[in-house]
Design a protein around this ligand. Structure first.
Ligand code: GCU
Length: 340
C-alpha cells in the first residue's frame, strides 16, 4: 500500500496537482482537478463549473477534467482554501472576505455600499490590467491564483425577530457574517452583534437561537433553508461582493503551455455564465421563499446604514496606493453605470 501511495504522489507532483487516472478516450493519463463549492447543484456557479470541466476535457483531448464537489463536501471555505494552498484541492469558489486573510488589499471589493450597480461591478471585475497585481499576489507565497471574480448577488439582512428598517432595529441582534475583520466591523457599525462563522453552520445556529439572523443574498436565504426560520428579509442592500474562482498556482503551471492557454481562454465564458445565471436564480429563490411565508421588506432606510459604515470604507481604502487605485476604478465604473 505504501508503494501505491508513493506512486500516486509522484504522478501528482509530475503534473502539478490533480489526481491522475487512465483516460477512457485516448488511453493517456487524465488529470482531474477537484473543485470545491459550498452551495447546491442548482447554483449557477455549480453549473458554470461543470460546463467548464466539459469544455476543458474537449479542449485538451481528455488530458484534463474537473470534478465539482458541491454542498461543502470538501469543507468550509476557510478549510478548503488551506487545502488548495497545500495542493490537495486544485480549485474552489470562495467568498471575497475570506481572501482578506491572505492579502488585506482584497478588502476594497468587500466594503459596504461601494458598487452602485451590477454593471459597474462587472466592469471592474473584468478589467484584467487593474486586477493583475491583486489576483496574482498570492502565487509565490500561498500557491493561490485568482482566475475570475464573479457577481455574487446583493446582500441584505434577514432575521427571525422582525423587519430591519433602520439601524436601531438591529440593536442587540446576533447576526452571522463571513469570517473576516471587514465583515465583523461592518455589521457592528450597522448596529448588530457580529457572529462570524462558516456558511454551513448558520442553519442550526438560527434554529437554536445562537443567531437571530444573518446577511446574505436571496439564493442562500432560500436554498440553505434559512427562510424556514428567519422570516423577515430586509433590503439593507449593504453589500455587493465577489466570489472568486481560484486555482492552485502549481496545478496551473503544471499544465503544458497549450493546455493552459486553452483552459484560461474558457474562463471568460465561465464568468459570464455564472453571472447571468445568478440573476434568474435570485428571482426563483425569492418566489420560493415567499411561498414559504417569508416577508421581503423594501422600505429600509439604506441611507442611514450607509452613513454608519462610511468610516470603515474611508479607513480601509486610504490604507495604501493599491487600494486607492482599486477604489478609484470603482468610482469611475459607478459614474459610467449608475444605480438604475
Ligand atoms: C454567498 C457566497 C459564498 C459565501 C457565502 C457566505 O453564498 O456566494 O461564497 O460563502 O455567501 O456567506 O459564506
Amino acid at each position: 500500500l505504501a508503494g501505491t501511495v508513493g506512486l500516486v504522489s509522484l504522478s501528482m507532483a509530475a503534473c502539478g496537482g490533480g489526481s491522475s487516472s487512465g483516460d477512457s478516450s485516448g488511453g493517456g493519463q487524465q488529470t482531474v482537478f477537484k473543485l470545491a463549492f459550498n452551495q447546491t447543484e442548482e447554483h449557477p456557479q455549480y453549473l458554470a463549473a461543470v460546463e467548464l470541466g466539459k469544455k476543458l476535457e474537449e479542449a485538451t483531448d481528455g488530458r484534463y477534467s474537473i470534478k465539482v464537489y458541491p454542498n461543502e463536501q470538501l469543507g468550509t471555505q476557510t478549510d478548503v482554501v488551506q487545502n488548495l494552498s497545500n495542493g490537495t484541492v486544485e480549485m474552489m469558489y470562495i467568498g471575497g472576505p475570506v481572501m482578506e486573510g491572505f492579502n488585506k488589499d482584497f478588502i476594497v471589493y468587500n466594503l459596504p455600499y461601494v458598487f452602485d450597480s451590477i454593471e459597474a461591478q462587472q466592469e471592474v471585475f473584468r478589467d484584467q490590467e487593474l486586477n493583475d497585481e491583486l489576483f496574482h499576489s498570492l502565487e509565490a507565497s500561498k500557491n493561490i491564483t485568482v482566475l475570475a471574480a464573479l457577481h455574487a448577488g446583493v446582500r441584505n439582512v434577514y432575521s427571525s425577530k422582525g423587519p430591519v428598517r433602520e439601524p436601531s432595529d438591529l440593536s442587540g441582534q446576533k447576526i452571522r457574517v463571513q469570517q473576516s475583520d471587514s465583515q465583523v466591523k461592518m455589521i457592528e457599525l450597522m448596529g448588530a452583534v457580529a457572529s462570524p462563522m462558516g456558511q454551513g453552520d448558520v442553519y442550526s445556529a438560527l434554529q437554536t437561537g445562537v443567531l437571530d439572523g444573518a446577511e446574505n443574498n436571496e439564493t442562500v436565504y432560500d436554498s440553505l433553508k434559512h427562510d424556514e426560520i428567519a422570516k423577515y428579509y430586509s433590503y439593507t442592500k449593504h453589500l455587493m461582493i465577489p466570489d472568486y474562482l481560484l486555482i492552485s498556482s502549481k496545478a496551473l503551471e503544471g499544465m503544458d503551455d497549450a493546455d493552459r492557454e486553452a483552459f484560461l481562454a474558457l474562463i471568460p465564458d465561465t464568468q459570464d455564465m455564472a453571472d447571468t445565471g445568478f440573476l434568474d436564480f435570485v428571482e426563483e429563490s425569492k418566489a420560493n421563499a415567499e411561498s414559504l411565508g417569508a416577508e421581503f421588506v423594501e422600505d429600509v432606510d439604506t441611507a442611514a446604514f450607509k452613513e454608519l459604515v462610511q468610516p470603515l470604507v474611508d479607513e480601509s481604502v486610504n490604507e495604501n496606493d493599491a487600494r486607492k487605485a482599486l477604489y478609484a476604478a470603482i468610482q469611475e465604473a459607478n459614474a459610467a453605470h449608475p444605480a438604475s
